[in-house]
Design a protein around this ligand. Structure first.
Ligand SMILES: Cc1cc2nc3c(=O)[nH]c(=O)nc-3n(C[C@H](O)[C@H](O)[C@H](O)COP(=O)(O)OP(=O)(O)OC[C@H]3O[C@@H](n4cnc5c(N)ncnc54)[C@H](O)[C@@H]3O)c2cc1C
Length: 394
């Protein structure tokens, strides 16, 4: 798929910026989860990139967003995760006056971090009926429950929380903020995405204004003009019959784009090493089995990039197969990135396992991709359901 001139310009600006401003600090920056101050600093640095109308949140134009995510992840997937999971900040304008005024200064200074809390300890992949509850009391909702494995949780000001709406008897999303309705968090250690903080969240009688319920917030923001019905992100989320599924489609193809970025980095590193490293009196790239690995790596990269960009185009067109394609793309591409980074690491021999080289990080980051935003198994079941109209799980 050929990029147009504008897309090439965006890709080149993001690539130059990342290589000059972010890459020199790696891998040191990736060994510990970002603190809140570091995350804000990096996000403010990223905001300096001149990519015209394309915001880092990435919902303005799915194809260009895909290209941006690839480029950021080519250098540092953890940074893309930290920025991408802050979507609650971008949505803040539609929520209650109370929350907006509590964070007016931080908003003005771009000093806010968000998170998106769906997963629960008991539910895991099964997110249909959350145990976290939102009970209406007067003009407030009282949130109680527990979430786990939430990216950005330990550093988030704003949490978009999926909870069971007791009154409506269905799930909805609620904005809970750390300042006016404090929640507790812990850190979780993990294999990859080391720079991205992940944690558990505990909501104990967190009282939030009724206008912090997403479905209600959208209605009132539309009626008083705070939300433009043409707004591509919120418009697309609220247009679908199942807002969570619509949101997942963008996020899942976004995860595929991160995997493509990791594969691109691994491919470049593997090719360079195969050309430079000499064993048995010739570059290892001249040995047939290493050439086969390069074939596997390049084929995985090319096919994954095509599928991800094709899916982004179909999302942009509002294609009815969006849900199926985004799950196909997330499942297939993220698994492919594990295979590709594994082969690239092997080309480096012992150095592939060394922290002095980036291959072990590419592999750990790729391995992490197959679980968040729905495991590969769940993506297969979504595709199966969309293709057959028969559900393997309820
Ligand atoms: C690094 C990281 C970041 C994350 N970020 C977030 C975040 O920001 N927000 C958030 O809400 N969550 C986040 N998650 C949570 C993630 O979405 C869940 O881990 C994931 O959905 C799987 O849930 P689980 O870990 O409880 O596994 P389980 O649901 O317990 O699954 C265990 C295994 O069983 C398989 N399985 C489950 N059901 C079926 C089935 N019906 N058929 C076949 N196999 C099945 C799974 O595929 C998996 O292999 C993150 C997770 C990680 C690791």
């Amino acid at each position: 798929m050929k990029l147009n001139e504008e897309q090439r310009m965006v890709r080149d600006s993001v690539r130059d910026f990342l290589e000059n401003e972010i890459e020199p600090e790696l891998p040191e920056a990736d060994r510990e989860p970002l603190t809140k101050a570091e995350a804000i600093d990096y996000m403010q640095t990223m905001a300096e990139i001149d990519v015209g109308p394309y915001s880092q949140g990435g919902f303005d134009d799915p194809v260009t967003s895909t290209i941006i995510r690839e480029e950021v992840a080519r250098v540092w997937p953890s940074l893309q995760v930290t920025m991408g999971m802050s979507m609650a900040v971008e949505m803040m304008d539609i929520f209650s006056e109370q929350t907006r005024s509590a964070y007016a200064t931080e908003r003005e200074n771009d000093e806010l971090v968000g998170c998106f809390a769906i997963t629960e300890p008991a539910g895991g992949s099964d997110t249909k009926v959350p145990n976290t509850t939102a009970v209406k009391e007067g003009d407030e909702y009282v949130i109680n429950g527990e979430k786990t494995w939430v990216s950005n949780a330990p550093i988030a000001d704003l949490a978009l929380v999926v909870a069971w709406d007791d009154e409506e008897d269905r799930r909805d999303m609620f904005l809970v903020d750390q300042k006016t309705a404090p929640f507790e968090t812990t850190h979780l250690e993990k294999l990859g995405w080391k720079g991205s903080p992940t944690g558990q969240m505990f909501f104990d009688d967190c009282r939030i204004p009724e206008d912090n319920k997403l479905s209600r917030a959208v209605m009132s923001a539309l009626s008083d003009g705070r939300m433009d019905p043409e707004d591509s992100f919120l418009g697309s989320v609220t247009a679908g019959s199942n807002p969570l599924n619509t949101m997942f489609a963008s996020m899942r193809n976004g995860m595929a784009a991160i995997s493509v970025g990791i594969m691109q980095a691994a491919y470049e590193a593997a090719l360079e090493y195969a050309t430079d490293r000499e064993v048995f009196d010739k570059p290892i790239g001249q040995h047939q089995l290493i050439q086969e690995k390069l074939y596997t790596i390049r084929a995985g990269l090319e096919t994954s990039r095509l599928l991800t960009r094709h899916t982004a185009e179909r999302i942009a067109d509002g294609d009815p197969e969006t849900r199926m394609l985004s799950s196909l793309s997330k499942g297939w591409v993220c698994e492919k990135s594990v295979e590709v980074t594994n082969e690239a690491l092997q080309i480096y021999g012992g150095n592939g396992l060394s922290k002095e080289y980036p291959l072990e990080r590419y592999y750990r980051d790729a391995r992490t991709m197959t679980i968040p935003d729905g495991t590969t198994e769940i993506q297969k079941l979504v595709v199966g359901y969309e293709l057959t109209d028969m559900q393997a799980y309820t």
